[in-house]
Design a protein around this ligand. Structure first.
Ligand code: ATP
Length: 268
């Protein structure tokens, strides 16, 4: 089960160049997470400069948290385990216990390694007296395995969690994630950059007006922008296909200059 969620650095297909508009965040991740991994001999000397063993990415859905986690692993030459929390919330405590232990042991073998947990709050939310006993035991075990990483200065395994509800995270978990980064909804300028990145290799009109598109997409996440571009591209191809079928052999070269208006139509 775990092997199916594991990617070695060479096979990670995302890097910083696939992320637009988050340069400041990338710079912070370079300093806080990547540099201590690359120069661990220097950082591990003192307890005060230990690399973080927990990193939290928080912000609304579709704004690039998973992209950032993968790109961090790629840039730091780390393996990447995408841990599906539903596997740890099974009621069969014995099984989940073995699985959690196996994940940590695999991560240690592969180190440097990032264990990515999306929607981490669904598993490590604030404990209540209504918690199922198995869930409470699982959380305790998970934290103790995590502490094993924290107390070993030479260990280069990082638990990287993503959530859009950071306030629901157990305080004990928040303490284990000293590096927290907000991944916000993109601003107009960021949307402009994301749209340019998504469309840079696509056949769009030469005079496409990115600032107009960025303005028209207030409230769109990166994921929404990606979906919007996909729909606009499909819209145009469908239109072309229809035209070609209608005109059959007497084909008339369609010109691209309409594509921007069609794109804006799609935005609307
Ligand atoms: P969720 O909380 O729903 O898991 P997420 O924050 O992890 O979402 P991602 O899965 O990283 O979001 O992003 C979804 C898709 O949106 C990406 O595959 C990419 O196509 C696009 N995207 C989001 N943000 C950006 C960005 N800053 N630059 C480029 N593409 C982006």
């Amino acid at each position: 089960i775990i092997a199916s969620q594991l990617v070695v650095p060479d096979e990670i297909n995302v890097s910083w160049k696939d992320i637009a508009g988050l340069d400041h965040l990338i710079q912070e991740l370079r300093e806080t997470v990547i540099l201590p991994i690359q120069k661990r001999d220097l950082f591990s000397d003192s307890r005060l400069t230990q690399p973080p063993k927990g990193v939290l990415l928080h912000g609304p859905p579709g704004c690039g948290k998973t992209l950032i986690a993968k790109a961090t692993a790629k840039e730091a030459n780390m393996s990447f385990i995408n841990l599906d929390v539903s596997l740890l919330t099974d009621k069969w405590y014995g099984e989940t216990q073995k699985l959690a232990a196996a994940v940590f042991s695999l991560a240690v073998k592969l180190q440097p390694c990032i264990v990515f947990i999306d929607e981490i709050e669904s598993f490590l939310r604030t404990r209540t007296q209504h918690d199922h006993e198995a869930t409470a035991m699982m959380k305790t075990q998970f934290m103790s395995l995590w502490d094993g990483l924290i107390t070993d200065p030479s260990c280069t395994v990082i638990i990287m969690g993503a959530t859009n509800r950071p306030q629901d995270l157990d305080k004990a978990i928040q303490r284990r994630m000293p590096a927290m980064f907000h991944v916000p909804m993109p601003s107009e300028q960021q949307r402009d950059r994301i749209l340019r990145l998504i469309l840079h290799a696509e056949p769009t009109a030469e005079d496409i007006d990115f600032s107009r598109l960025a303005m028209a997409t207030e409230g769109f996440s990166g994921s929404d922008l990606h979906e919007l571009c996909r729909q606009a591209a499909v819209y145009r191809v469908r239109d072309l296909a229809r035209q070609q079928l209608d005109q059959s052999n007497d084909s008339q070269q369609s010109n691209n200059t309409d594509s921007e208006d069609e794109f804006v139509d799609a935005v609307r």
